[in-house]
Design a protein around this ligand. Sequence first.
Ligand SMILES: O=C(O)COP(=O)(O)O
Ligand SMILES: [Mg+2]
Length: 226
Amino acid sequence: MTNFDQIRAIAFDLDGTLVDSVPDLAAATNATLLELELPQASEEQVRGWVGNGAKMLMRRALSFALGNEVDETRLTETMPKFMHHYGLFLEKHSCLYPNVLSTLTALKQAGYRLAVVTNKPYRFTVPLLEAFGLTDLFDHVLGGDSLAQMKPDPLPLNHLLQQWQIKPQQLLMIGDSKNDILAAQSANVAVIGLTYGYNYGEHISLSEPNEVCDDFGQIGQLLLSK
Ligand SMILES: O=C(O)COP(=O)(O)O
Ligand SMILES: [Mg+2]
């Protein structure tokens, strides 16, 4: 088992890790497609499109609905529609995964510094955390548009290392997608992969995280049972 003794700070992914947000992402995607008079997508399809931010989600949705590569102008015109619809849904059908609140609270109480590093646009990230009572747990919140690059680029994690003035071996990333694992590996940061989230239908162990967990509560067991 990986030794996490040096870890002082933890960066959490959001969608598919803390919050099951696909029902609302699917509702907003379909509201957008409906407005464009395009065919609807299933929740299962949308689940496979989440992971690289809102623009990539709409690129994949339009490409499905139109049956071809998406014209950039059309995508640019569609984004405000999606952002409007998602802002209306946001947390309506979303929920926290089991053991998230209790584990985050225990980690915070144990002295770990916590951050959110998501590819979701920042403007949706903050109200979503607020809706689930998580805001006060995190010292830093980085959205997909907070910096010049999003995961799988290591920039958000390198940014945290700088903000917190800690070494890569003191930071741990926790996420459900290969984008989280790749970002951590590129930043030389240890990473735990979760099996219950969204990873394009691929098992997270294929990305070779340091540990794999099926339940968020197991993170507490790995980091608090000393
Ligand atoms: O919004 C997305 O595409 C994914 O967001 P995540 O990075 O929190 O999983
Ligand atoms: Mg995720």
